[in-house]
Each structure stands twice: as structure tokens, then as C-alpha cells.
Design a protein around this ligand. Structure first.
Ligand SMILES: Nc1ncnc2c1ncn2[C@@H]1O[C@H](COP(=O)(O)OP(=O)(O)OP(=O)(O)O)[C@@H](O)[C@H]1O
Length: 278
């Protein structure tokens, strides 16, 4: 993807000094172009530690592109993204995962022929410290790490209500359980920030309520959460703050109550002029 979006000259440099007074994630004047199409246009917002921040907007507003920029799939055309005060410029996906940002996808991306447990262990692998030789000779340190990884993966599966499904193939899990497994796998990478891309897609109302409680539990475990979600009831019910995008631009930011009454947001969703919506 880097050839589509080469790092622009004004994109902040990775060697920029690390600041310690920063929000968990800072998005600053982020612009991302696909050829002639500006998918993100000068977008800025912060995510604070322990916060559940909702990123909403009509179809094509740029939400997933924003996730892709944060997680190193796309390189911004200009602007900066900082995680714990450190610029992510030029970093690859796995480096960003290792730094502490995990994500789930709009379309479930599990390994279908692996068990639920194995899927979570793949996530945990991102954290392993022992090298290839240690793994090859099964040195004690490696074995210990393997056992710890297994215990942690089981604990995460239980946390997500999947403890009894550990040995089932991912492909055989119900749709709802596959979505939960995706979150467990993301958590296994040991992130500080977890980005959920439409985790409630395809859920019925009861499952959505359950998911809302689960997202709160995830936050209560110490994770910061960035959530893309179309279901307004869920977004309004679970987030602390919301950022609204439309045609790649940030049109509003505030608490759920502020966003609910914001004329620009109402207009964006109803497809009417702002004046008519107010
Ligand atoms: N790889 C790509 N190449 C070209 N255009 C792209 C690419 N990815 C996204 N876009 C375009 O960028 C714009 C923003 O898309 P994006 O998927 O980020 O929106 P979204 O807010 O996540 O939408 P949705 O709610 O439908 O998922 C759209 O016009 C989309 O067609």
C-alpha cells in the first residue's frame, strides 16, 4: 500500500522526540488521499487513556481509512499520528501492533481451520520475547513463555465467554462467537489501545446489549477503546466521547448528548441541509 500513499514531505518524522504529557493517541491534521479522492481531510482528535471513543459517520465518511492509517495499513499523505507521544510515521503494521495498538476488522478475519485457542495464541505471538533459536531448541525460557501464553489465551477466552469453545474450529463457531473471538485475539497482542471496527455488525438487539456490556468490561480491564459502529443506540450507550466524520472531514466532536443534538450531525445522517436540520 505504501506505493499508493508514499509518506508525504510534511508527515511527522519517526525520530521526533517522545512526549510524556500526551493522550494515548493523537491524530493531528491527518490527510489521506487515494489518487484524486481525499478519504481523510485534515482530521484531528485525541483519545485519552481509559476512554471509549466512538468514530461515526455515514458510509464512505473515512472511518475505516482512519483505522487503517492508525494501524499502518495506509500511510497518511500528510499529518501526524502519535501513540503515547511517539510518532507512528513510517512504522509497519507489526511494529505498531508491538507498540500496543490492536484492531478487529469489519469483515471477520480469523483463521477458520484453527481452533479458537490457536487463533488467540497467534495474537499472543506478537508479544513473545524469545528468539528463533530458543524456540527451535525448546529452551526452558521458551517453554515457560509457551505455558504463560496458553494460560493467558485461556483466560481471555473465558473473559469473552468462550472458555468452553477453546478447542472448536473457528469456522464452526456461531457468528457472534467469531466476533467475540476476534476481540479476544486482538486483546492477546497486549495492546493499550484496541480499535473495534463495527463489532456489532450482524448482531440482533439482545446481542448488541451484551456487546455493549462487554466493551465496558474491556475498558474496565485497562484498555482504551476506539469504536467504529453504525448502531447509534450502541454508540450513544457505550462511548464517553464521539468524533463524527463526513466526506473525510471531522464535522463534530463531543459527548453522546452533545452529538445527538448537533445540527451538522443530524444533517449528515438525514442527508439534509444543516439549516433545515437545526
Ligand atoms: N483502498 C482504497 N482505494 C481507493 N479508495 C478507497 C480505498 N479505501 C477507501 N476508499 C475510499 O475512501 C472513502 C472512505 O472510505 P472508508 O471505507 O474509510 O469509509 P467508512 O466511513 O469506513 O465507510 P463504511 O461505513 O461504509 O465502512 C470512500 O470514498 C472509499 O471509497
Amino acid at each position: 500500500m505504501s506505493d499508493i500513499n508514499p509518506v508525504g514531505p510534511d508527515y511527522a518524522r519517526a525520530e521526533e522526540p517522545v512526549r510524556d504529557d500526551a493522550a494515548v493517541l493523537e491524530i493531528e491534521n491527518l490527510t489521506l488521499k487515494f489518487g484524486g479522492l481525499t478519504a481523510l481531510d485534515d482530521v484531528s482528535f485525541d483519545i485519552n487513556e481509559g476512554e471509549i471513543l466512538g468514530l461515526i459517520g455515514p458510509n464512505g465518511a473515512g472511518k475505516t481509512t482512519c483505522f487503517n492509517a492508525i494501524t499502518g495499513v495506509y500511510r497518511p499523505t500528510s499529518g501526524a499520528i502519535r501513540f503515547n507521544g511517539r510518532s507512528l510515521a513510517g512504522m509497519r503494521k507489526h511494529q505498531i501492533t508491538k507498540l500496543g495498538i490492536a484492531r478487529t476488522f469489519q469483515n471477520i478475519r480469523l483463521f477458520p481451520t484453527m481452533t479458537a485457542l490457536e487463533n488467540v495464541l497467534v495474537g499472543a505471538d506478537a508479544q513473545h520475547k524469545t528468539g528463533m533459536l530458543s524456540a527451535l531448541f525448546r529452551l526452558p525460557r521458551h517453554r515457560r513463555e509457551e505455558q504463560e501464553g496458553h494460560d493467558k489465551a485461556m483466560e481471555l477466552l473465558r473473559f469473552m465467554g468462550l472458555g468452553k469453545r477453546a478447542d472448536e474450529l473457528a469456522a464452526n463457531l456461531s457468528y457472534g462467537n467469531q466476533r467475540r473471538l476476534e476481540i479476544a485475539r486482538a486483546m492477546a497482542t497486549g495492546p493499550k489501545l484496541i480499535c473495534l471496527d463495527e463489532p456489532a455488525a450482524g448482531f440482533n438487539p439482545a446481542e448488541k446489549v451484551e456487546l455493549m456490556n462487554l466493551i465496558r468490561k474491556v475498558r474496565d480491564r485497562g484498555y482504551t477503546v476506539l469504536l467504529i459502529e453504525h448502531d447509534m443506540k450502541l454508540v450513544m450507550g457505550v462511548t464517553d466521547r464521539i468524533v463524527v466524520l463526513e466526506f473525510g472531514r471531522k464535522i463534530a466532536e463531543g459527548t453522546p448528548a452533545e452529538i445527538r443534538d448537533n445540527p451538522a450531525v443530524i444533517a449528515a445522517y438525514l442527508g439534509v441541509d444543516e439549516e433545515d436540520a437545526s
